[in-house]
Ligand binder design. Structure first.
Ligand SMILES: [Cu+2]
Length: 338
């Protein structure tokens, strides 16, 4: 805080990350993170964001959806000169909106290097009905050729799909108790649209990139298209116990490291099934070991990772006992309670 102003420091910089353990990627992000850190503020706040450019080229950040004075809009060449390498620019404005917004590079190809982060503005009075959980998921796609670590930002097709910078099975499941009301905010600033599907339950869309939608929310869905430059908030009551997939339903977005250079489909004469044209297609690839031992994975069945790839995670609707155990494991691991 500086008086009544909330001050944030963002460094635009190269970030080396891993989508799954061992899959190293040289992306660009903010403050050592890709996607960038979440800015979480309240309607009416005065905010100051000091943006330092540590990239090797010019840059400017756009505050997507915010109604700010044009000099604060972050459109290089129009509202301000580009921020040159090593230089900083200070943005300051008062927030007159609430909802799910985001910041991103306004250099198109830098977007495809990963430069995006949430800008969540809470209302002064909480939305009704109240939710027990409020999650955020950044959707991103990447083309990374075999034996490369640098995304090919010119590509029109993608072989790595991430939620919050991880590909399944390295994504972190969303854990809730049966009966909880859940909000999941999703944003997309890439080249592809993502129809995000939830198994086992229906939800309603309660917000877009322009803020909270007007209730009552009558249109029930289980798949929401999160298009490029859009945000979608979904809410549901977690009535159905179980481990439910939450995933993009584009088939190629449920894969890791797809590459057409693998050649024609394998034919193995020793396998009768190989005589079926098109075999194999299943892509079954258990990677339980690579998923790690996060508390949120507690109690999942062996080989749960076999079909978990790409833009995918789980919504785990668990009993109070399982929830308490996962919470205990999180605290023991030095994380926040759920
Ligand atoms: Cu998708």
């Amino acid at each position: 805080m500086d008086g009544g102003t909330k001050v944030f420091h963002l460094r635009a910089e190269p970030v080396r990350t891993e989508f799954v353990p061992g899959r190293v990627v040289d992306a660009w992000g903010f403050n050592g993170s890709v996607p960038g850190p979440t800015i979480e503020v309240t309607e009416g706040d005065r905010v100051r964001i000091i943006l330092e450019n540590r990239l090797p080229e010019m840059f400017a950040p756009h505050w997507h959806g915010l109604e700010v004075p044009v000099a604060m809009d972050g459109t290089p060449g129009i509202s301000q000169p580009p921020i040159r390498p090593g230089e900083s620019f200070t943005y300051e404005f008062t927030l007159t909106q609430n909802g799910t917004f985001f910041y991103h590079s306004h250099m198109a190809m830098q977007e495809m290097m990963g430069m995006i982060g949430f800008f969540v503005i809470h209302p002064r009075v909480a939305y009704q009905p109240l939710v027990d959980h409020d999650f955020g998921v950044v959707l991103q796609e990447w083309m990374i050729h075999p034996n490369n670590t640098v995304p090919n930002t010119l590509s029109m097709e993608y072989n790595w799909l991430t939620m919050n910078g991880k590909s399944a099975p390295a994504t972190t499941p969303i854990v809730v108790k049966q009966g909880d009301r859940v909000r999941i905010r999703m944003i997309n600033m890439g080249m592809d649209h993502h129809p995000i599907h939830l198994h086992g339950m229906q939800f309603v869309v309660t917000g877009t990139e322009a803020g909270r939608a007007d209730g009552p929310f009558r249109m029930r869905e289980n798949t929401v298209l999160v298009g490029v430059a859009q945000a979608r908030d979904i809410e549901f009551v977690a009535t159905n116990p179980g481990d439910w997939m939450l995933h993009c339903h584009l088939p190629h977005h449920m894969m890791n490291q797809m590459a057409s250079m693998v050649g024609p489909m394998m034919v193995d004469p020793s396998q009768p099934s190989a005589k079926v044209a098109g075999f194999p297609q299943d892509m079954w690839m258990p990677m339980d070991g690579q998923a790690g031992s996060k508390p949120e994975l507690y109690g999942l069945p062996p080989s749960w990772t076999g079909a978990m790839m790409g833009m995918m995670t789980l919504v785990r609707v668990v009993t109070p006992e399982t929830y308490a155990e996962i919470e205990r494991l999180r605290v023991a691991a030095g994380k926040e309670a759920l």
